[in-house]
Design a protein around this ligand. Structure first.
Ligand SMILES: [Zn+2]
Length: 270
């Protein structure tokens, strides 16, 4: 399951991966965390702030990094009881929800051996475990949406378009739920940023008509910041171009460009 057991025969690539892994080790440290479910104190792997570099941001706010990927370390897992969540939510668990985890997750949990350096497949596993926890405690849609979009992004890195699309759709559903039912900010986003993101997720999942409505609302909102209006306008133009260009059947449009670059960078993360 884990890529860093180096089972392939390509030794030159393995050497690169080893070198890369050593570099990543230097960028990591352990952070002592107390589990709110079972009170175990464990070490969470964390990245030294100065060590990651941003390469590029995608139009749905996914950030591409070089050398070490902070998304891989975004989920904390208590290996004793199986409680997992996105790190910002980890310690904010009510006693009521902690009890649900104790009953629903812990008895089924088998502790795992996590390596020092995490990779893409492990990140996917950890985001899925975190999502399971959110589902079981019936967490707010915004929390699930945040987890789901990150899972979709991990599948984008993996170049697994089918799974990416599946999780983008789930994320979209949950962001819309949050938009209609929760108070702003949602996942750290104001109302206009959320509307833009919903529009962009509609675009990426092939719901172009709906996407145009969301972008249109951002563009015409008198109080929306200029920056987000410009982003909405760019994505609206992209849809218009796509509609005109009958050759282009791929509604993930700009990802094709992104993926060409990304396939080079993804080698760092495998
Ligand atoms: Zn625990």
């Amino acid at each position: 399951m884990l890529d860093n057991t180096f089972s392939t025969s390509d030794t030159s690539e393995n050497k690169n991966q080893l070198y890369d892994e050593d570099k990543q080790k230097l960028m990591l440290y352990n952070k002592k965390i107390t589990c709110p479910v079972c009170s175990t104190v464990f070490n969470a792997r964390a990245i030294k702030k100065s060590s990651y570099r941003i390469l590029k941001k995608d139009s749905d706010f996914f950030i591409r990094y070089s050398i070490i990927n902070p998304y891989f370390y975004d989920v904390w897992v208590c290996n004793r009881c199986g409680y997992a969540s996105i790190k910002n939510d980890f310690e904010r668990l009510s006693d009521f929800d902690a009890n649900i985890i104790r009953i629903e997750i812990s008895p089924k949990w088998h502790s795992k051996n996590y390596p020092e350096v995490y990779n893409l497949n492990l990140a996917i596993q950890r985001y899925k475990l975190s999502l399971l926890n959110y589902d079981i405690i019936k967490a707010r849609s915004s929390k699930k949406a945040n987890n789901l979009i990150k899972l979709a992004w991990m599948f984008r890195l993996k170049e697994d378009k089918k799974s990416e699309l599946e999780y983008l759709n789930y994320a979209l559903e949950n962001f819309k739920n949050a938009y209609y039912n929760e108070n702003f900010p949602i996942s750290g986003m104001d109302i206009f940023t959320t509307m833009y993101l919903i529009g962009e997720l509609c675009r990426r999942t092939g719901k172009e008509e709906e996407s145009l409505i969301w972008f249109g609302q951002v563009i015409t909102a008198p109080t929306a910041p200029q920056k987000i209006k410009n982003m909405a306008r760019d994505q609206k133009d992209l849809i218009k171009l796509n509609i005109k260009d009958t050759k282009s059947q791929d509604n993930l449009g700009d990802d094709l460009k992104d993926n060409k670059k990304q396939s080079i960078f993804s080698k760092f993360h495998k």
